[in-house]
Design a binder for this molecule. Structure first.
Ligand code: FES
Length: 89
């Protein structure tokens, strides 16, 4: 069985103004948008429905750790810490 998508980086898009439904279950085939898969897969999740006031660049959270869902706040960086610097001699 396939796995839900749970990326460790946001999806960056040029969004258009209007009402949007952003996927929170990770099963959508049209990420970052909901395609109803959360119901078909009985995930218990619901999309985040929000109003985008104007066209513009958006970073849509995909790790689901952001405190500002559906927008990325950089929380995914705790999942991908940068490599440790080499020890100095
Ligand atoms: S398809 Fe994922 S929340 Fe709807």
């Amino acid at each position: 069985m396939a796995e839900p998508k749970n990326a460790t980086a946001p999806i960056k898009i040029m969004e258009t103004a209007g009402t949007k439904a952003y996927c929170q279950c990770g099963w959508s085939e049209i990420l970052p948008y909901c395609d109803g898969a959360h119901s078909r897969m009985a995930t218990g999740c619901s999309p985040i429905v929000c109003e985008v006031p104007a066209d513009g660049k958006k970073s849509i959270c995909q790790c689901r750790l952001s405190a500002t869902l559906p927008w990325c706040d950089g929380a995914h960086k705790q999942l991908n810490p940068p490599p440790a610097a080499p020890a100095s001699a």
